[in-house]
Design a protein around this ligand. Structure first.
Ligand code: FRU
Length: 490
């Protein structure tokens, strides 16, 4: 094992055991200590789910990229494993950037990731590298890199060439990676191989052509419900209507993958309408569900780590995906329901002045409300206490929800609000809110939209209240969530 990896593992062993449970989320993955960004290597291996992530154990800021590692039997209760990769070879000496993983027929777990090598202070080369392991320890392939700039199509960038997502179809391995075309904007490239070591360029699956930001990071491409879905995370997006957040945003292209392996785009949309969502990656469960997990953080608030917590950066709850009416549908994985406790339901509660309901409070909970009736606007406030609350306001006339976390532990200069359009179904709006100690994830109308927010509000802020202009007719289902043993340095 290299000195760099040894050092990271020793650092984890020294610091993780001291961390009390309430300094970690109950069921959202963090690095335990230090900084994390993108999910990596989200895969099934020997009957368990493995999740790696971009990781800098030594501080709450981005730094030389390692891969941290957790695994789970059900995507909700996670067990921490020692750091898996450190930047310690010629091809990745300046960082092991994002990538993916696959279980091989010979029993090994393979990682395909981006190695970064700086040429000067302003220039670097990114290549795709392999590591093979047993679910705990990984050895880098001596012949790295296996995909380099020599395979790029004309005009491609060797500097911005990263985040390979690997899969297998029959005897052929495929990988999509992000790159930049001669016009300086994002492209998604497809490569293929029969042995993982020798690769060929196959096609440009999709290209921004100046439409969506600059570089397209962290692609994933998969068939779903009779269509193909390409997800990617464009950098430097302008704010556009209510759909795309300014800065680093996410994009989903739904269409048909043609014979020549290019995507005929039929629909495009943002993936998440919240403030904290980036670089999602998917896997296929044993029973055939496509499940996505994202980094629940915004690049625009990376300097906002709360001083009192040992970690910065969280993952979203894993979400089951579907395509319905040409649109992406996302719902929390059903495995979460096994951790519900103390269920309560309320029907036809008339809400106008601010209302609390008995037993409906807390920081780790799963709450679903259905709204109908004669009201002009509705306000759901959670994580509420003295000078603290995160508020979702639904304005019926404009059909928009405004999420406001300006009293949720972040400095005022951080972006704290987001507005997005929703649709009622037969006069009803359904909102499911997942609360964890340091986050809120909202799912609209059974997954038509998702919106993720981190909050670093003091844990004493536990109230949940409802209010309306006019009188809303509220149905509510509420559960506390408890994942025994979790939340300790996860
Ligand atoms: C996306 C990203 C990836 C890169 C990684 C580096 O958030 O910029 O493109 O591989 O983070 O940490």
């Amino acid at each position: 094992m290299s000195d760099a990896l040894n050092k990271a593992r020793a650092y984890e062993q020294a610091h993780l055991p001291e961390i009390p449970a309430e300094k970690q989320p109950m069921y959202h993955v963090t690095g335990g200590v230090g900084w994390i960004n993108d999910p990596n290597g989200f895969s099934r291996y020997r009957g368990e789910y493995h999740l790696f992530y971009q990781y800098h154990p030594y501080s709450k800021q981005w730094g030389p990229m390692h891969w941290g590692h957790v695994k789970s039997k059900d995507l909700i209760a996670w067990e921490r494993l020692p750091a898996a990769l450190a930047p310690d070879t010629e091809s990745d000496r300046d960082g092991c950037f994002s990538g993916s993983a696959l279980e091989l027929d010979d029993g090994r777990h393979v990682l395909l990731y981006t190695g970064v090598r700086k040429l000067s202070d302003t220039d670097e080369v990114q290549t795709q590298c392999l590591a093979f392991g047993d679910g705990v320890n990984y050895e880098k392939f001596a012949g790295n890199p296996v995909i380099d700039a020599s395979l790029l199509p004309e005009g491609g960038s060797a500097r911005d060439f990263r985040d390979p997502k690997l899969w297998r179809e029959g005897d052929v391995y495929y990988a999509v990676a992000g790159d930049r075309a001669a016009d300086g904007t994002g492209t998604i490239l497809l490569f293929e191989s029969r042995d993982l070591q020798h690769w060929e360029f196959r096609s440009i699956v999709a290209a921004s052509r100046g439409r969506f930001g600059r570089m397209w990071e962290c692609p994933d491409l998969f068939p779903l419900d009779g269509q193909h879905v390409l997800i990617t995370s464009p950098q430097e997006m302008p704010e556009s209507g209510l759909d795309f957040i300014e800065g680093n945003s996410t994009l989903c292209l739904i269409g048909t993958l043609l014979e020549d392996k290019t995507l005929r785009e039929e629909h495009l949309q943002t993936i998440d309408y919240g403030l904290d969502f980036y670089a999602p990656q998917t896997l296929l469960t044993e029973d055939g569900r496509r499940v996505m997990i994202g980094w629940m953080q915004y690049w625009g608030s990376v300097d906002a780590a709360p001083a009192e917590l040992p970690f910065f950066g969280q993952m979203t709850v894993p979400r089951e995906l579907h395509v319905r009416d040409g649109m992406l549908i996302q719902n929390p994985v059903r495995e979460l329901e096994a951790y519900r406790r103390n269920g309560k339901t309320f029907e036809n509660v008339p809400v106008s002045a601010e209302t609390t309901l008995p037993g409906v409070a807390g920081r780790c909970a799963d709450l679903t409300i259905t709204l109908r009736g004669d009201y002009r606007s509705f306000r759901l406030s959670a994580v509420k206490g003295t000078y603290a609350e995160t508020v979702f306001t639904y304005d019926r006339e404009s059909g928009v929800i405004t999420a406001d976390r300006s009293k949720s532990g972040f400095a005022p200069e951080i972006r704290n609000t987001r507005t997005f359009r929703v649709r009622e179904r037969k006069g009803k709006l359904k909102l499911r809110l997942l609360l964890d100690r340091y986050s809120l994830e909202l799912f609209v109308n059974d997954g038509e939209q998702a919106a993720s927010f981190t909050v670093y509000t003091p844990l004493s802020a536990r109230e949940i209240t409802f209010a309306a202009e006019g009188t809303a007719d509220l149905n509510l289902e509420f559960y506390e969530l408890e994942v025994p043993g979790n939340g300790k340095a996860l």
